[in-house]
Write a protein that binds this ligand. Structure first.
Ligand SMILES: Nc1ncnc2c1ncn2[C@@H]1O[C@H](COP(=O)(O)OP(=O)(O)OP(=O)(O)O)[C@@H](O)[C@H]1O
Length: 459
């Protein structure tokens, strides 16, 4: 059973909490600066709070309920109802944010209430101290009056009546003190329970925060997936359109090709029926040709065998030819040796264009390599000298003729023998002209390229 004061106190505290919650809701949800969906939520919360207020009134009116089960249990029972009422008809992506917001507000309210209760407890303590000091004063006064009672009878009566009054007052004060103590105890109890509830709510808030965060991540991921799937669907639909176009085009092309093929087949059929006799003739002709070809093949095979035997004979002859060629080469070089290992040729240079008036000193050139030189400054026997060479070339001899005598030596070089040709004479006598004439150089190169043995040589 609740006392009258307790019921009054509970009613006051529930009214204060209700008004405060309504203020919070109206401050937070019905502000002009907030979006319309938050105003709507505020309205819903207000309705829930009104319902809650009514239920609290009903609870307070009933004497059969205990004090501890009234406001706090009602609050904890109504919190999920409040949240579900607010979150009804809300899109799922807004739910985590709204839950977090509501729980934060409820926590703030509970903390505010704890602060108020703390101040009330402090006030009660002060009142209690005052009452105790009053009690002390009254006890001292009673003691004083009892000492006075030992005096005259009238005074005793007066004092007794005063004492009676004081005792009544004392009783009242004690009663008040008891009430205050009870109130203090209840408040302390409320505070403890509220603290426990605040802790529970804080933990719930943490869990809900984590869940909301997870749900937010999941929703973001779902949103991304949706976007990706939408783009994929678009791409696929485009590709489908393209492939449909391609299929249509291919179908058309196939139809055309089929038509053409049908035409061609009809033409071929027509041609076949038309040329069938010719075809038969061709077939027999092909058969004859094939037989002839086979006969020809047999003949060619025989000829090839005969050619192979001939080739073998030629190869044998060629080996003999090489032997003969080597022998020939040896004999040729031996002839060159016999001609002389060291040969001396003399060439007479003709006069230049500006030397036309000068008389020459060459008197006579013999066929066997003699040259007669005349000395114009001497007379008689000593005026003429004879020199002997392998061969003497006169002034009228061409480069070609000189080279014809040198040519066998070049062949010996190509056969692998050592040969040295050098020119000797005074300055301007024609050494360079004879040795490195342009025509000779060209002839050398030609000889090298067309030589039958194709041996390499160094210059
Ligand atoms: N047989 C020739 N017929 C016509 N001209 C010639 C003949 N021999 C030499 N000459 C001319 O005589 C000149 C001298 O000849 P060449 O330069 O060959 O002499 P050389 O002996 O090489 O001289 P050097 O020792 O200074 O080098 C050249 O202008 C050349 O054209």
């Amino acid at each position: 059973m609740l006392s009258r004061d307790e019921r009054m106190r509970l009613k006051v505290s529930s009214e204060v909490a209700k008004i405060h919650l309504e203020n919070i809701v109206s401050d937070t949800f019905l502000s002009d600066s907030l979006p319309s969906w938050m105003s709507h939520i505020g309205q819903q919360v207000r309705e829930v709070l009104q319902t809650r207020g009514k239920s609290l009134d009903n609870l307070q009116a009933s004497d059969s309920l205990s004090a501890s089960s009234l406001p706090d249990s009602a609050a904890s029972y109504n919190l999920p109802v409040l949240i579900s009422a607010v979150l009804r008809d809300k899109p799922p992506e807004e739910v985590p944010l709204l839950v977090e917001f509501l729980l934060r507000k409820v926590m703030e309210e509970f903390e505010r209430r704890l602060v108020i209760q703390g101040t009330q407890v402090k006030k009660l303590r002060i009142t209690l101290k005052e009452l105790l000091s009053q009690e002390d004063r009254l006890i001292s006064r009673i003691k004083a009056l009892e000492s006075l009672a030992a005096g005259s009878g009238e005074e005793v009566k007066l004092v007794a009546s005063q004492l009676q009054l004081i005792k009544v007052e004392k009783n009242k004060i004690e009663e008040e003190k008891f009430m205050k103590e009870e109130e203090f105890k209840n408040l302390m109890k409320d505070r403890d329970e509220n603290q426990v509830q605040v802790e529970v709510l804080r933990k719930e808030l943490e869990i809900l925060k984590a869940e909301a965060k997870e749900q937010k991540h999941r929703l973001e991921f779902q949103h991304k997936l949706e976007q990706m799937s939408q783009t994929t669907i678009k791409e696929l639909s485009l590709e489908l359109e393209k492939s449909e176009m391609t299929v249509r085009n291919t179908q058309r092309a196939l139809e055309l090709a089929l038509g053409n093929q049908k035409k061609q087949r009809a033409e071929v059929h027509h041609t076949l029926t038309k040329h069938f006799p010719t075809f038969e003739e061709l077939k027999s002709f092909l058969h004859l040709t094939r037989q002839e070809a086979l006969q020809m093949k047999l003949i060619w095979q025989k000829e090839v065998v005969a050619l192979q035997s001939q080739l073998e004979r030629v190869a044998v002859a060629a080996t003999g030819y090489h032997k003969v060629l080597a022998e020939n080469r040896m004999l040729y070089n031996e002839v060159q040796d016999l001609k002389g290992n060291i040969r001396v040729y003399c060439r007479v240079r003709p006069f230049s264009v500006g030397q036309s008036g000068i008389q020459g000193i060459v008197n006579f050139i013999g066929e066997n390599g003699e040259i007669f030189i005349r000395n114009p400054s001497k007379q008689g026997k000593g005026s003429c000298k004879v020199f002997k060479f392998n061969k003497v070339y006169g002034a009228s001899i061409s480069q070609e003729e000189v080279f014809q005598d040198t040519r066998p030596l070049i062949r010996s070089v190509l056969d692998g023998y050592n040969v040295c040709i050098f020119a000797y004479g005074q300055t301007g006598s024609g050494k360079t002209y004879t040795m490195v004439s342009t025509r000779i150089k060209v002839y050398f190169l030609k000889f090298h390229l067309t030589a039958p043995c194709k041996r390499s040589c160094e210059y």
